[in-house]
Structures are given as structure tokens and as C-alpha cells.
Design a protein around this ligand. Structure first.
Ligand SMILES: *Cc1c(COP(=O)(O)O)cnc(C)c1O
Length: 494
């Protein structure tokens, strides 16, 4: 299996190269040349496997330059070493009206990003062994909260890697900050930046492209890499859980093999829903892919009009991981909708960079409408949905997941399509306790964040996950804060 760039389809690399490089030379994203198709026999075989078995088989179709032994050991280290519930790391919970919640947040940091970030470090070290043997990787991350913690937890004590995370000092919640500053591991460090998320992100980009820093790193046998969601090594693990969830629905007797399901995903950078699209292209019977946005509804507008227009203010919402105006992974879908025309994709991406807007060709727009349905919901609707779902069905949804539940409801009302739907549940509600508590009680609490977690435990009649509860008494290891122009110095010290 070769990987080609969305902006230059004549460039072709192995999966290990795609994972080590992250992004192609001309800033395109790597995509598989063709998607593997699963036959009826493949599905029957996968049905009998457990999650780890399924992951191994599916990954082996994409990572053809890895040996079976390499893939098995990566998958076992990620999902079989006690960081996820044993058996099935992604349980499904049935709600009313054909809705099935696919809970992707049972990993070490309580968010769905663990599904990919527990596996990526393993895939990256194996890829390094093939492409740059003997070199050590330095991962730099700028985070607005969740990604930093999930990356730290994924890379902690992985041999051949070091990770440094920068977070905006006043831009993350207290719990998010403590999750990072108390991180264990001999190869990790965390640094606050005086500024906002954009300052931290700009600083990281400058460091990545600084020729002098890169040369000094090379002298020491080190090399930069990135853990962000455009890396193929972060996308491919996500395809696995959609295929696995379909098979679990069959196993539960909920659907028969071959029945169609819809999939609804709360979307930000378009990584998670793209994985669902790839699963569909591989043969999973999926009807509609429902893309749910919060008030930053660039994608909902795009799916209706075929015009992507980022020229608007970013709104800060209670679902911060979806507060995004440029959904990077959409580029991969465009490549597919334009049938691999990398010139067309390059032109659209340069329009986006230049004027902030692009229009897709009519034929691509038609295909987009056949595959995807887009909707959005307001902050008030998110709050209502959390309350209604808890009071009516005793199910506590986090703010991101509530966006998807709401938009799925809109879809059913507008189209009358009541096909069974899998809804991606992307975070543990306790991760966003203050918003959830406000939704349930109707008013904002004056208590500390830990006080609010305790209050939510009482209402929900369950304990917060230990990873979050234990933070209160865990010593902070990383208390450093730097100005934005001092970030490179912080890296040299690290
Ligand atoms: C990252 C994230 C999302 C958005 O996922 P994308 O792959 O960026 O579309 C949704 N919910 C939560 C909780 C997240 O952390």
C-alpha cells in the first residue's frame, strides 16, 4: 500500500514514511492510494475476533510495510496493557429511538483522542526504525487542552521518544492544567506560555521550521515530529473502531450483517468523521454520515452549499474541542470527492489560505450531499439536550456528544430516516463537569472545579473516573511558564 499526497499525487511513499513525515513536502496530507475493500469472508472473520484481533487485521491492510509481529506488538501495547477496559475498549450503550452511543472515552485521559494517541507513538517508533534508524524523536505539541494530555499519556516512557507540551497559561481549565502538570514519565515536559493558544501554536510552528534548531537537534541524533491529527498514524486507528462497532451491533443482535446504519459524529478537525467515511468506503454498510457542529458551523454550511467559508469570528463554546474554523482533515475528503485530482485540491487549499473561502466542483458537491448530512446546534440546545437525555433516559452526555445527539434528532425530523444510528460519544462528562452541572441545575456554580465534580457525582450517582478524582492530591511536576519568545530556549533546556 502506497500513500500519495493530496496536493501532488505523483509523490508516493510507504506507510512508515507517511507516519514519520506527518505532512508532505508541499504541505499536502498523505492518503492511501486505494482503500482496501473488506469481503464477506473478511467480515465473518473479524466478527469472531476481539478488538485487538480486529485492529491487527485492519491495520495490516494499511501498514503493509510493517510485519504482522510489529503490528501485533503495537496494538497490544496500546489497547491490551490495562489502560482501556479489557475485552472491548469501545462499549456501545443503547438509547431510545434507534440511537446507539459508541463510547470512545474509556482510555487514560477520558477523551476519544486516546484511541489514536495510545497507538500513534508505537507506530511512530516502528516507522522510525525503518526510515531513520538510531534517531530519537522529539514531539512538540501546542494544546488548547485535551490533545496535550492525551499526547503526554501516549508518549510517556515510550523508548526513543521525548515530548514537550506548551499550553496557554490562562487558556485551559484548572483540571486540564493539572492533568498535564502532574504527568508521569521520564521523557516528558510541560510548559505554560504567557499568551493564548494561537501564540503557543505559532511558537511551535516557528521552532519546527527553525533551521538552526533543526541542525542542533540532528547533531544530537534527534529529530522533530508531530502528533497532530493530520498524521496518518492518528487517523488509521480510528477506522478500526467504526468497523468494530458495526460488528458489535451485529453480535448484540441489534442489526443483521449487511443492514445499513447511519453514523453521527461531533466534528472539529474532521478526523473522526473521516475515519467513519473510510470505514464506509471499505465496505461497512453505512447510509448517511451525519456531521454535527456547534455554533462554529463552517462544516454544516459547507455540506449544504459546497462553499467553505472561514471568514467569520471563532465562537468560544462549551464544546471547546470543536471550536475550529479550519478543519484540516477535510482536505482528505476533498481529494476523494475530486477523484484524486490533486491539482483541484491544491487550488482550493490555496484559495482557502489566500481569501479564506473556496467552492467545490459541482460533481463533488453532488457526491458530498449523497454521503453527508450537516447540522449544527446552539449553546442553549446543547444545555437542553444534556438535561433531557439525563432526565429522560438516565444517560449523561458530555457537551461534545450532546451536539451530536441534538443534530441527529434534527436529521431524523427533517428526513424521516429512522435507520439505527451510531453516535460517537467523544468525552467522559466528568471532563467538562462545570458545563454539565450548569445544564442539569440551570445555573452556574460558584464552587471550585473539584467541588463541582463532587456535586456532579451526587447527581449522576456515579464516581468521577479515578484519573480525574486523583488529580486533587497529585503533586505538580511542571510549574514553568515562559514568554512566547522564550519557547525555543525552553526546548533547548529540555
Ligand atoms: C477532538 C475532539 C472532537 C473533534 O474531533 P475531530 O476529529 O477533530 O473532528 C470532538 N469531541 C471531543 C471531546 C474531542 O476531544
Amino acid at each position: 500500500m502506497k500513500y500519495i499526497s493530496t496536493r501532488d499525487s505523483t509523490q508516493s511513499v510507504s506507510s512508515a514514511q507517511a507516519i514519520v513525515r506527518g505532512i508532505s513536502r508541499e504541505s499536502g496530507l498523505f492518503v492511501p492510494e486505494t482503500l482496501p475493500r473488506l469481503s464477506g469472508r473478511d467480515f465473518a472473520g473479524l466478527l469472531a475476533d476481539d478488538y485487538i484481533g480486529r485492529a491487527g487485521k485492519i491495520l495490516s491492510r494499511f501498514l503493509t510495510d510493517f510485519t504482522d509481529g510489529e503490528i501485533k506488538s503495537c496494538v497490544n501495547a496500546a489497547y491490551g496493557s490495562g489502560k482501556f477496559p479489557q475485552g472491548n475498549p469501545v462499549p456501545i450503550v443503547k438509547l431510545a429511538g434507534g440511537v446507539r452511543m459508541l463510547e470512545l472515552w474509556h482510555g487514560p485521559t477520558c477523551a476519544f483522542k486516546d484511541m489514536a494517541l495510545q497507538l500513534l507513538p508505537r507506530l511512530l517508533t516502528v516507522s522510525m526504525g525503518k526510515e531513520a534508524p538510531g534517531k530519537e524523536i522529539v514531539i512538540l505539541v501546542a494544546t488548547s487542552g485535551d490533545t496535550g494530555k492525551a499526547a503526554l499519556e501516549g508518549f510517556a516512557d515510550v523508548p526513543g521518544t521525548r515530548i514537550l507540551v506548551f499550553y496557554p497559561q490562562d487558556g485551559v481549565s484548572n483540571v486540564q492544567k493539572l492533568q498535564m502538570t502532574t504527568q508521569d514519565g521520564a521523557n516528558v515536559s510541560v510548559m505554560g506560555v504567557r499568551g493564548n493558544f494561537d501564540d503557543a501554536q505559532t511558537g511551535v510552528k516557528q521552532i519546527f521550521t527553525d533551521p538552526i534548531l533543526n541542525a542542533r537537534l540532528a547533531e544530537k541524533g534527534l529529530m522533530f515530529s508531530s502528533a497532530n491529527s493530520i498524521n496518518w498514524g492518528r487517523l488509521v486507528p480510528q477506522i478500526v473502531y467504526y468497523i468494530s462497532a458495526y460488528l458489535d451491533l451485529v453480535k448484540m443482535g441489534d442489526i443483521a450483517m449487511g443492514d445499513k446504519i447511519n453514523i453521527c459524529v461531533p466534528t472539529g478537525n474532521f478526523g473522526n468523521i473521516l475515519a467513519a467515511y473510510y470505514a464506509r468506503e471499505m465496505g461497512v454498510p453505512v447510509g448517511m454520515l451525519i456531521c454535527a457542529s456547534n455554533e462554529n458551523k463552517v462544516l454544516a454550511d459547507f455540506i449544504r452549499t459546497g462553499i467553505y467559508d472561514r471568514r467569520r469570528e471563532l465562537v468560544l463554546t462549551t464544546s471547546p474541542s470543536m471550536d475550529i474554523l479550519i478543519s484540516s482533515n477535510l482536505e482528505r475528503l476533498l481529494f476523494s470527492l475530486c477523484e484524486g485530482d490533486s491539482d483541484a485540491v491544491s487550488a482550493m487549499m490555496s484559495d482557502l489560505a489566500g481569501s479564506g473561502v473556496y467552492t467545490i466542483p459541482a460533481k463533488a458537491k453532488e457526491k458530498l450531499g449523497e454521503l453527508f448530512w450537516g447540522g449544527f446546534c446552539t449553546e442553549a440546545e446543547v444545555m437542553d439536550t444534556i438535561k433531557e437525555t439525563f432526565e429522560g433516559q438516565n444517560y449523561l452526555a458530555d457537551t461534545h456528544t450532546a451536539v451530536a445527539l441534538r443534530v441527529h434528532g434534527q436529521y431524523v425530523r427533517e428526513t424521516g430516516d429512522t435507520t439505527a444510528a451510531l453516535i460517537a460519544s467523544t468525552a467522559d462528562p466528568f471532563k467538562f463537569a462545570p458545563s454539565i452541572l450548569t445544564a442539569l441545575t440551570g445555573k452556574a456554580s460558584e464552587e471550585s472545579e473539584f467541588g463541582q465534580i463532587a456535586a456532579l457525582e451526587k447527581i449522576a450517582k456515579r464516581k468521577a473516573p479515578i484519573q480525574i478524582g486523583a488529580l486533587k492530591n497529585k503533586p505538580e511536576r511542571f510549574t514553568g511558564v515562559v514568554d512566547k519568545h522564550e519557547m525555543a530556549r525552553a526546548l533547548r533546556r529540555f
